[in-house]
Design a protein around this ligand. Structure first.
Ligand code: SAH
Length: 286
């Protein structure tokens, strides 16, 4: 298959699906593969190193929405975006291109190491016996993850120990998710919940809340950050007792406070949410 510079690869959402390009193996040295995080959405929350990598890239690989967020691109840069490709396939395509000597960027939203492409890239590499893949100049460039971006808008809810849990059961059984939620609640960790509720699984979020309510008080502060850093951004402060599943979708990150997390009135009528960094006398018995 011949790839024409500046055009979308035919496997992109704009064209018919197709197999990976036929390898044209290099006589020169392998290229570079950078897995980058765009941050939550807005350009000013993207690291300068990521912007620089995108400027230098020849091939941009990723989920269409994220590739669009990463643009605009020059006509000489190839966009290999697609929604219908598996993460592992996408990672293999990126390695194949880098092995041909190309400068490839794989795009993730937020941080590439948080429920995103970086781990898929390592999985593809570990499964490969191809020495050229292992010789590719591989780099992971961090981005601001959704939990960090939402926490900053709300105040400092992640100010003490916290954990990050994906509620998607695409890649792990629901029983493990429930187990982790229960353990995290018992350990009094603040939780940032990703992939909280989708059309395909509308009811599991209510089950997750029920697990948290077994141990955590109903007045526990909860922050709902939706489309943070994007034009439709919204931030809602509620409580574990009051939150309704309909308030939450796949564009939302949910931060559930610990027993220490507090709400603080702002002069403008809003409120901050923060978790103090210490366990004081009041919590000495915990
Ligand atoms: N790598 C990404 C997470 C990908 S998983 C990161 O580090 O942020 C996708 C989930 O992330 C979404 O379901 C949502 O829970 C959360 N998310 C991603 N971007 C978001 C944003 N701008 N605002 C709120 N939540 C977001």
């Amino acid at each position: 298959m011949i790839l024409i510079p500046g055009e979308r690869w035919p496997g992109s959402s704009a064209g018919a699906p197709s197999a990976a390009p036929a390898p044209e193996r290099p006589t020169s040295k392998p290229g570079r593969l950078a897995v980058i995080g765009l941050g939550p959405g807005s350009a000013e929350l993207m690291a300068p190193a990521v912007r620089e990598e995108l400027n230098r890239a020849q091939d941009i690989v990723g989920y269409t929405t994220y590739v669009e967020l990463a643009g605009p691109f020059r006509p000489d840069q190839r966009l290999l975006d697609s929604d219908n490709r598996q993460e592992l396939e996408r990672a293999r395509l990126a390695f194949e291109l880098a092995a041909q000597g190309r400068h490839v960027v794989v795009v993730s939203s937020g941080d590439p190491g948080v429920f995103a492409m970086a781990a898929a890239v390592f999985e593809a590499l570990e499964q490969s016996q191809d020495p050229v893949w292992h010789a590719v100049d591989l780099a992971i460039l961090p981005g601001i993850s959704a939990a960090q971006a939402a926490a900053a808008r709300a105040g400092a809810p992640l100010g003490h120990d916290f954990c990050v849990i994906s509620l998607s059961d695409n890649l792990k059984p629901w029983s493990i998710i429930e187990h982790r939620l229960r353990q995290a609640a018992q350990a009094d960790l603040v939780m940032a919940l990703y992939n909280p509720r989708s059309k395909a699984r509308p009811d599991q979020f209510a089950q997750a809340l029920a697990v948290l309510r077994e141990t955590r008080a109903s007045e526990t502060p909860v922050v709902l950050g939706r489309d943070i850093g994007r034009p439709d951004e919204s931030l809602t402060v509620t409580t574990l007792g009051a939150i309704r599943p309909e308030q939450v979708d796949m564009r939302t990150v949910v931060i559930v406070g610990s027993s220490l997390t507090r709400r603080l009135a702002r002069q403008d009528g809003g409120e901050w949410v923060y978790t103090p960094r210490w366990y004081g006398e009041a919590s000495a018995s915990k």
